[in-house]
Structure formats: structure tokens, C-alpha cells
Design a protein around this ligand. Structure first.
Ligand code: ANZ
Ligand code: ZN
Length: 864
């Protein structure tokens, strides 16, 4: 055994042995309970960042702890390998996205291996490989057959200069990110997945999931079930009687309607704009800008009056129709009844255009004013109807019922449930994705690719140039024959949204080599017992995954309807930021590695200078690690300098998994120091530790009992913390153990061996390399086998039982201190401990003790 702890040596040897033994390959054994723990698969962007390191270490700690505790555990890994960054890199460097992607995968896989993760690489999945995306295509066609997939026109962002469709994030302030051209909205045919068909189930099943409450609430809001009323305002146009239909959740405010607003794409708007250039101009203006719903909520409310009137169905009054940019064509009826007194958007709109505001709900004790919007104006629980004729005095629920009944009696409306959830448009006009398996034939129309011709393979050698989809220019891909009539035909060039790829990969890992989409190994492992990932995936990825699970279940492919029983959303990794600002106000951000920081006496940073020139930089505060703020720490640098175990220990110790983690150079140093101490203890006591003498519980010295009590007590707490996934306090437990071991002088060899063996196992899931090596070096492996499958240490309740008590210590009748002894300590042991006490040395004046008086459970008096 080396005297010095050399992480690179320890880690490469351990990893070499694990690889040689295929130590993390899992099988579908039935003699143990299974536990399937999965991290959200990474996008192969180039190299790992600290967020990845944290995510996978949490997963790894869980794996190792459970495996030692008798579970059959599987930790898989894969690559979310399609997507835009690869196309962007291709444009920048002229390499095909495939090459960039495969290179990144190889590099990042190497990094993961150097972290010592317990991944079963035999199950690796890359979503850009034909044997994976074949099944996206296959299920797409099955869904098409069943009507779960359908085609309709959808709105996209069109860049008129680059002649290409842009993703929402490529539209910046209404302009194309590369060309700077004003973006237009375009209607094109697209494929949709009917997720709305599962809306009720997606909502109801949330209840049974062991997920963070806030994630469930986010999903709930996204699905957005609302109970309302759908009714129409009668009008006449071109000699025809029609209804302007609206959807409202506040029918109780119907007497407060002062206008109606319709979306720019509403058919009535189109009709009214005929021969009215000022209306048409506004409609065209609305076509610019992004199509993201979030933009709609925050943008300035704008509109134009049409001079056209509809009739209020209950009062008979004339109500003017406006075209408004805040009305969405895709929600409800694409039209709203304007109640400025009680709807915040309508309020802003009415103030801007001087429309009347009529209060019809009153909350006792509050005074309404049209000066500024107040939260309570929109509260439906607190108020009652006023200025509403026969509905006066009714509360929200009763008013809605009464008004809906009246509208129904008039034949113009009824109650209605609506959902915020939209069907999922999966067509993308991009190259680097799963080809949609459809063939366009001039005579047969859209023809599905026959099952035996799957997969439709994506060419891997194209280089996009930013002007449209390269598939549309590739003759080799494009040209084919119609499977129905044999005539020359063209392939669909749209590819699938990359969220399709990530919607079911966890079901593929168990059966990654199967010639079917999934197989009985999927039945064995799924659903995931623990899913781990970032909160940024709380809505879309998780919702789509749940939807796919239900679709696959309904097709008889899998036996579960929810993919993840438990979800852990790990906290973000934060770091200090530093910058300088030039005269134009442009900030340059400096990496924390490039600056020297001064701290006050509380350790808070008070100033910093740039290493390069010694001049000051501004402290920008603690922020999420990101490229834009240049405050990332490269995990590779950390691993190269300190070893993977230190990186793992620091990330687990600095914060509980779900909390934010603040980076600290001092914390990393501390982690490294601690591991050197563990090693040092093992080295210094190697001979004693290696001696496998049996522990004789009856022959323990008091100091041995104290040590065992400490170690078993901390083990009990650590066990509890492992089970509730609180890994930071598991690390503190190990630190306490080491302190106790270092403080225990002259412990019996068997006790030292037992307690250090406990420390190694408690620490092992967090720092598997150094503990694995010590386990071997100190002969534990000979006794228990490899640390990977060593039995988890059991708490010896007997060791805990002997609680300590404190006795008052007197010297010549004067109180000089306290003496801690075991509850059942024998007379001689107490006498011994009293005479060894430092207070006796100090106040006994070097004289021998004449007599030691012991009052059991109370005090000890040494008389000299
Ligand atoms: C009148 C009203 C009065 C409304 C009031 C609210 C408060 P949720 O709850 O999210 O489903 N709305 C309906 N269709 C719309 C569309 N296409 N674009 C924009 N807004 C639309 O929202 C339902 C409410 O959103 C509806 O209730 C309607 O405004 C508006 F004091 O009707 B309400
Ligand atoms: Zn044909």
C-alpha cells in the first residue's frame, strides 16, 4: 500500500478492474427486487458540465447504495443525439451533424467513464441511430392508423430571406436570428399527435406519482382544465344570421361586457377586412412576431375597432367587435367577450382605447376604481354580482349556473369544459431528426412507408447551410417510388420534433438490442423506480413521456401507463460571476479561474482582480453556471487535478440533491483533504486493520464501547439519510466517523477493523474508487468479497444501548469538571476514567489518590 493517496492511480486501477469484470452489467434476475434508476439522457453538446456531474453522481450514489442493500439495480445511459445545435455547428464548421455528434458522444462517454459511474454500457442508446429511430417511425405509423396521429395545417415562423422555417428560439424580437429579416407566420401542413385525447388521464394520474409537488402543479396548469361557458353573440352579415362564439370562464360577468375581441385569423376578421385596408394592415401586422404562447401573455395589447356590432344575448344591447392581438385563434373560439372591469387583459385594452369599464362584481369592503388594475377585480371567489339585474347578489358558481341556463334556453350557449393543452405538432422542417415515414405520390397522395421498408434512413453526410432543409435538396433521399402504384414519388422531408426521441428511450434501454420496439426485458425493468433530471423538463418532456407510455400501453406494447414512479429534480449549480463593462455598456465576463478574490473576515467576497493584468473586476453575484456568464467550472479540469472522487464528494456534500449548489474552491480543497485523511488513517493502521481477529463483545474496553457507540449511532443516521436521498448528510456522517476513529487511541484491533469497515462502506457510494482500493488493500475484500457487493453494515443496536451518562467530577470535594462514562460502567472502569481525567492531573497537585468515592449515577470524588 502506498503511503500517499494518488487519485489517478487509484481511479484508473479500479476502473480497469470494473471494466475487466463487466461489473455494472445487469441482468433480469428474479431473486432480488429490481430498481431501475435513470438520469435524463444528455444532449451530446461537446463536453460534460457540472450539472451533468451532479445529476449522474446522485444516480450513481443511489445505484451503489441499493445494490449493496440487495437490490438488482440498473443505471443506463444514452444520448439525445438529434437536434439543432448539431446543425448550427455544421453550419459554423462545415462538418456533417452526424460526425460532430458521434465525436461528442465518444468524448463525453470517456468523461463519464472517468467519473467511475456504475453505468451498464451494454444498453447504451443513441437516438440518432437507425435501430433506435426506426421505432419512432414505426409507432408514428401505428398512431396514424389509429388516428392518434393526424395531419392539419399549422402556423410556423417563416424567414423570407433565408427561405426557411425558424424554431421559436430562432426568432429574436420578431426577426430571424441569422438574416435579421422580419419573420412571417405561415400556414403549412404538419403532423400532430392527439395528446388531448389523454388530457383527463394525464391530469388524474398525477395524483399517484411520487413527484415533487411543484412539478405536478406545473403539469396541471399546462393541461389546464377549465370549466366555463361557450355561447354566441348573434349578428347578421351578408343577409345571414350567425353567432359570434366565445368561451369564458367568467359567465358571471356577462353583464359587464363592453366589447368583443377576435383574433386576427378569425374568419369574421377576414370577412370584415374585405375592402378595408386599415383592418387588413392590422391583421398583417399581427402575422409578424413569434408564435410562442409566452410572447402573447407579455406583449403590448393592441387592437383595432371594426365598426361592426353584435347583439348581447341577454340585454339585447349592441356590442362593438374589435380585432385584438391578445386573442389566440387556437384557444376556445378565437374570440372573447370583453369584460374590462374584471379581466386584466381586457382592462389594459379598454384603458388604451378609452372603452367603457363597467363593474359587475363587488367584494364587500372594497371600492372599485378604473384608475389602475387591482388583484381583487379578478377574484371569482370573494364577490357577488351587482348591476346585473336578476343575477344581483349571486356568487360566482350560482351566477354561472343561472346564466348558462338562460343562454341555453335561448339556444345560444351551454356549459363547456376546455383544456389549455393543445395537440402536439411534431413536424419540423429540419434535417437532423427522425425522418417522417411518408411518401408523396402524385396520384395516391400521402402514402405511409410500408413496415418492411423501415427505417427510412437519414443520410449522415449532408451539411446544412442555413437556407432550408438539405433533405429537400438531396435527390438521393428525396426520390423514391410509390409503395402503392409504383410511380415515381417524393419522400416527406420534414423530421420529427426531438421530444419524440426522448419520450420513450427509457423503455428501450432494457431491450436496446431487440428486433422489436421493446420486449419482456422492458416489462421487467419499467416503470422507472427513480427518474432524475432538471426542473427545466418539468413540463414538456415529462408530459410527452407520459403520453407515449399511455399510447404504447393502449397498443399492448407495455404494461404500464406511467413511466416514472418517482422523480427527483436536482438543483442548479451556481458560481460567482465577474465582469467589466466598457463605455458602450457591453459586459465582458471573466471565468472565476481567471480572477483573484479578496474576502472579508466573514469569508464574503469583497473585491476581485483579474490575474492577467492585476486590475479590478466587478463582482456580479452568484448565478447559475452558464456559458453566457462564463462562470462554469470544467469538470475535466477538476478530475484531472483532484480526481473523480473529490469531484463527487464535493458535489454530494455541498448541498442536498434538490437544492441549489454553490461552487466553492475551498470546498473542493476540503473534500480532497478529507479523502487524504481517510487514506492516511488506513495506511497508518494497516497492520492492525489487516489482522482479522474476532470481536469479543464481552471483552471491550470502555474506549472501545465509546467508539462503537459513536460509529453505530452515526451509521443509523446515515442509513436513514441514504433512504431519503439526503446525500450531503451522509458525507457528514462519514466525516464524524473519521473524527471518532482518529480520536480513539488504543482501540482493540477487531473494533478498529469493524468500525473502519463501516466507514468505508458508508462512504463508498459517494467515492467508490478510494474506498474500493482501501477495501482491497486492508484485506476486507478477502473476508467479504468485492466492495461492490459487500453486505451493507448492520447497526448493532446493542452498541447503541449503552448510553453514556455524565458524573460530576470532584477533587477534594470541589467540583472540577464532568466525567462521561457508559451507563453500566463498572466501579473499576469509573475509577480508572476519573484518575485518567485531565482535571485530576491539574488539581491533584501530583499527589496519589487516597480514596475515590463514587455515588452511583451522580458523582465521583477523588481525595488526595
Ligand atoms: C370573460 C372574462 C371575464 C374572462 C373575466 C376572464 C375574466 P382560462 O381560464 O385560461 O381557460 N379567453 C377565451 N378565449 C380566448 C382566446 N382565444 N384568446 C385569449 N383569451 C381568451 O381562460 C379563459 C378566459 O380567457 C376566458 O374567460 C376569456 O376571458 C379568455 F372577468 O371571458 B374570460
Ligand atoms: Zn402512388
Amino acid at each position: 500500500m502506498h503511503e500517499k493517496y494518488v487519485p489517478s492511480d487509484v481511479e484508473s486501477t479500479a476502473q480497469g478492474e470494473w471494466r475487466a469484470n463487466d461489473a455494472y452489467r445487469s441482468t433480469e434476475r428474479t431473486d432480488r427486487p429490481k430498481f431501475y434508476c435513470v438520469s435524463m439522457l444528455p444532449y451530446p453538446s461537446g463536453k460534460l458540465h457540472m450539472g451533468h456531474v451532479r445529476n449522474y453522481t446522485i444516480n450513481d450514489v443511489m445505484y451503489r447504495y441499493l445494490r449493496m442493500n440487495g437490490y438488482n439495480v440498473l443505471m443506463p445511459m444514452g444520448w439525445d443525439a438529434f437536434g439543432m445545435p448539431a446543425e448550427n455547428a455544421a453550419m459554423a464548421n462545415g462538418v456533417p451533424p452526424a460526425k460532430w455528434t458521434y465525436d461528442n458522444i465518444a468524448y463525453m462517454k470517456g468523461q463519464m467513464q472517468s467519473m467511475g459511474l456504475a453505468i451498464d454500457w451494454s444498453r447504451e442508446v443513441a437516438t440518432c441511430k437507425p435501430d433506435y429511430y426506426k421505432w419512432n417511425q414505426w409507432l408514428f405509423l401505428k398512431m396514424l392508423e389509429k388516428g392518434v396521429v393526424y395531419k392539419k395545417t399549422g402556423t410556423v415562423n417563416w424567414d423570407p430571406v433565408d427561405q426557411t422555417v425558424l424554431a421559436n428560439e430562432q426568432v429574436i424580437d420578431g426577426r430571424g436570428w441569422r438574416s435579421g429579416a422580419l419573420v412571417e407566420k405561415r400556414e403549412i401542413p404538419m403532423y400532430y399527435m392527439r395528446i388531448t385525447q389523454y388530457a383527463d388521464e394525464l391530469l388524474n394520474d398525477l395524483e399517484g406519482l411520487g413527484w415533487p409537488e411543484r412539478v405536478k402543479v406545473m403539469q396541471q396548469n399546462w393541461i389546464g382544465k377549465s370549466y366555463g361557458v361557450n355561447f354566441g353573440f348573434p349578428y347578421e352579415i351578408d343577409g345571414e344570421q350567425k353567432l359570434l362564439r366565445v368561451f369564458t370562464t367568467r359567465a358571471d360577468t356577462i353583464m359587464g361586457v363592453t366589447f368583443c375581441a377576435i383574433a386576427a385569423e378569425h374568419p369574421l376578421a377576414t370577412r370584415l377586412a374585405e375592402g378595408r385596408p386599415e383592418l387588413q394592415a392590422f391583421i398583417d401586422e399581427c402575422k409578424h412576431g413569434g408564435v410562442a404562447e409566452a410572447d402573447m401573455a407579455t406583449m403590448e395589447k393592441k387592437g383595432v375597432a371594426t365598426g361592426f356590432f353584435v347583439t348581447h344575448p341577454l340585454t339585447g344591447q349592441q356590442v362593438e367587435v374589435w380585432i385584438g392581438n391578445y386573442v389566440l385563434m387556437s384557444y376556445g373560439e378565437g374570440a372573447v367577450m370583453g369584460v374590462p372591469a374584471h379581466d386584466e387583459r381586457d382592462f389594459a385594452f379598454a384603458k388604451k382605447y378609452g372603452l367603457p369599464i363597467k363593474q359587475v362584481v363587488d367584494v364587500p369592503g372594497k371600492t372599485y376604481s378604473t384608475d389602475a388594475w387591482q388583484e381583487w377585480y379578478g377574484d371569482k371567489e370573494a364577490g357577488v354580482c351587482v348591476a346585473s339585474g336578476k343575477y344581483d347578489g349571486l356568487k360566482h358558481e350560482d351566477a354561472v349556473k343561472a346564466i348558462a341556463a338562460d343562454l341555453k334556453a335561448l339556444g345560444v350557449g351551454d356549459r363547456q369544459v376546455t383544456w389549455r393543452l393543445r395537440d402536439w405538432g411534431i413536424s419540423r422542417q429540419r434535417y437532423w431528426g427522425t425522418p417522417i415515414p411518408i411518401i408523396h405520390c402524385p396520384s395516391c397522395g400521402d402514402v405511409p412507408v410500408p413496415e418492411q421498408d423501415l427505417p427510412v434512413v437519414l443520410p449522415e453526410d449532408l451539411v446544412p447551410d442555413g437556407t432550408g432543409n438539405p433533405l429537400a435538396k438531396s435527390e438521393a433521399f428525396l426520390n423514391c417510388t410509390c409503395p402503392k402504384c409504383g410511380a415515381a414519388a417524393k419522400r416527406e422531408t420534414d423530421t420529427m420534433d426531438t421530444f419524440v426521441d426522448s419520450s420513450w428511450y427509457f423503455s428501450r434501454y432494457p431491450a436496446s438490442d431487440a428486433t422489436t420496439m421493446v420486449d419482456e426485458r422492458t416489462d421487467y425493468w419499467m416503470p422507472m423506480d427513480q427518474y432524475i433530471g432538471g426542473i427545466e423538463h418539468a413540463i414538456l418532456h415529462l408530459l410527452y413521456s407520459r403520453f407515449w407510455a399511455k399510447v404504447m400501453r393502449d397498443m399492448g406494447l407495455v404494461k404500464f401507463g406511467e413511466p416514472a414512479k418517482n422523480l427527483l429534480t436536482q438543483g442548479m449549480v451556481l458560481n460567482e460571476t465577474y465582469y467589466r463593462e466598457n463605455d458602450a455598456g457591453k459586459k465582458t465576463w471573466y471565468n472565476p479561474a481567471e480572477v483573484a478574490v479578496t474576502h472579508d473576515d466573514k469569508g464574503r467576497p469583497v473585491g476581485a482582480t483579474l490575474n492577467a493584468d492585476g486590475k479590478p473586476v466587478v463582482l456580479g453575484g452568484v448565478e447559475k453556471m452558464s456559458k453566457s456568464k462564463n462562470n462554469g467550472v470544467d469538470p475535466q479540469v477538476l478530475i484531472d487535478q483532484y480526481g473523480a472522487d473529490t469531484a463527487r464528494l464535493f458535489t454530494m456534500f455541498a448541498a442536498p440533491p434538490e437544492q441549489q449548489l454553490e461552487w466553492s474552491g475551498a470546498g473542493v480543497e476540503g473534500a480532497s483533504r478529507f479523502l487524504r485523511r481517510v487514506w492516511g488513517f488506513g495506511y497508518a493502521n494497516a497492520d492492525v486493520l489487516r489482522a482479522q481477529t474476532a470481536l469479543d463483545a464481552a471483552q471491550l474496553a470502555e474506549t472501545d464501547k465509546v467508539l462503537r457507540r459513536e460509529i453505530h449511532g452515526v451509521l443509523k443516521q446515515a442509513d436513514f439519510d441514504y433512504q431519503r436521498l439526503q446525500y450531503n448528510t451522509v458525507v457528514s456522517a462519514a466525516m464524524k466517523m473519521l473524527n471518532a476513529l482518529e480520536g480513539a487511541k488504543g482501540a482493540q484491533p477487531a473494533v478498529l477493523r469493524e468500525t473502519f469497515g463501516i466507514l468505508l462502506r458508508v462512504l463508498y457510494p459517494v467515492v467508490p474508487h478510494v474506498t474500493y482500493r482501501l477495501w482491497q488493500e486492508l484485506g476486507y475484500a478477502d473476508e467479504f468479497g468485492t466492495l461492490l457487493d459487500a453486505p451493507w453494515p448492520k447497526v448493532d443496536e446493542k452498541a447503541l444501548e449503552q448510553a453514556e451518562i455524565e458524573l460530576v467530577l470532584q477533587v477534594n470535594g470541589k467540583v472540577r469538571g464532568a466525567l462521561t462514562v457508559g451507563k453500566d460502567a463498572a466501579r473499576e472502569a469509573i475509577e480508572q476514567a476519573a484518575l485518567a481525567h485531565e482535571m485530576f492531573a491539574k488539581f491533584g497537585e501530583g499527589k496519589p489518590a487516597k480514596k475515590v468515592v463514587i455515588v452511583p449515577g451522580r458523582l465521583v470524588n477523588i481525595v488526595v
